[in-house]
Write a protein that binds this ligand. Structure first.
Ligand SMILES: NC(=O)c1ccc[n+]([C@@H]2O[C@H](COP(=O)([O-])OP(=O)(O)OC[C@H]3O[C@@H](n4cnc5c(N)ncnc54)[C@H](OP(=O)(O)O)[C@@H]3O)[C@@H](O)[C@H]2O)c1
Length: 282
């Protein structure tokens, strides 16, 4: 049995689908009761609780640890999960980290780096996955892209970012959970070489067969929208740090490692958008 945390989010659901397809038995730790996960066991509880984590780890072969997106408590959750996994004698701890966790200017990356450090020191057989930004993040702007031809971003149009299809990340997660050969490994998971945001808009235009243009919004305008949408202070500040970093340095990686893990080239951004269009037409 595999324990998964952070299960009800978009990452958790994608990894669950990939694991179930390969016949794994899953225990899901969820924050609150949730329908439609289709896993064999569910435990409801808070990842900040050592009692809940100890209970969740009992009898599992491996743990796939996903922390909530941009939580001020991420490091503490990771530290507690590693401690609980050690005392339960878990055979493999897979940590869903992030590409380039060593960037101190981005607090959520820095917290992940410190969890990685705890994992290295734990003595547990570990695998660390470091995904790039998901292609799926663009879905937050999908209706504006399709209806108005506007791709809104709070950094320069020339910013170059590597992206990855979350389905490829989930396939890689299922692979590393299936084979001891991946113990002790840290893998960067990028699906593309860095793409300028103008390239992204061009691919959107080609696949959607309509003109899509980058619209650069100011950070103040972005913050006002995020506030109005009810995003918390920590999340807003963290995302602003991330956007400033992207604007200054971009966020580049290389798809070689993911190609090797998948045994095929990763999904391109073009293919991802074609798949979205096809799914929406069904
Ligand atoms: N988005 C990207 O491009 C990207 C790229 C690389 C890495 N990542 C990383 O991937 C991870 C997952 O991201 P995501 O967007 O899928 O996460 P998410 O949507 O925030 O989901 C995380 C889940 O954790 C649950 N949760 C929150 N607080 C909890 C607590 N105290 N105890 C137990 N469960 C709790 C949430 O439950 P509720 O829904 O009930 O609140 C949610 O279901 C993050 O660490 C993120 O940094 C993301």
């Amino acid at each position: 049995m595999i324990l998964m945390t952070g299960t009800a989010g978009k990452t958790g659901r994608a990894v669950i689908r990939a694991l179930l397809a390969q016949g794994e038995v899953i225990r899901a730790l969820v924050y609150r009761p949730v329908d439609g996960l289709n896993v064999q066991e569910t435990i409801v509880g808070d990842m900040r609780s050592p009692t809940i984590l100890n209970q969740a780890m009992q009898g599992v072969r491996a743990v796939y640890f996903i922390a909530p997106n941009m939580s001020p408590d991420e490091f503490e959750m990771g530290r507690l999960a590693i401690t609980a996994a050690r005392s339960a004698g878990v055979e493999q701890f897979v940590y869903h980290s992030v590409l380039h966790p060593q960037i101190e200017a981005m607090p959520h990356h820095w917290q992940k780096l410190r969890i990685e450090e705890k994992l290295l020191e734990s003595g547990l057989p570990f695998t660390i996955l470091q995904p790039a930004a998901y292609m799926q993040n663009i879905m937050a702007h999908w209706s504006r892209i399709v209806d108005q031809g506007i791709y809104p971003i709070p950094y320069a149009a020339a910013t170059r970012l590597s992206l990855v299809d979350l389905q490829d990340v989930a396939a890689a997660a299922a692979t590393v959970l299936n084979q001891p050969a991946h113990y002790g490994a840290t893998y960067e998971l990028a699906g593309t070489n860095p793409l300028a945001q103008t390239d992204v808009a061009q691919i959107l235009s080609q696949v959607l067969k309509r003109q899509v243009q980058v619209k650069v919004m100011s950070l103040d305008a972005w913050k006002r929208d995020a506030d109005a949408a009810g995003l918390g202070r920590y999340q807003i500040d963290t995302l602003v740090s991330m956007f400033r970093y992207y604007d200054r340095f971009g966020f580049a990686a290389n798809p070689n490692v993911l190609s090797w893990l998948l045994g095929r080239p990763p999904t391109t951004f073009d293919e991802f958008i074609q798949r979205v269009v096809q799914e929406q037409s069904q």
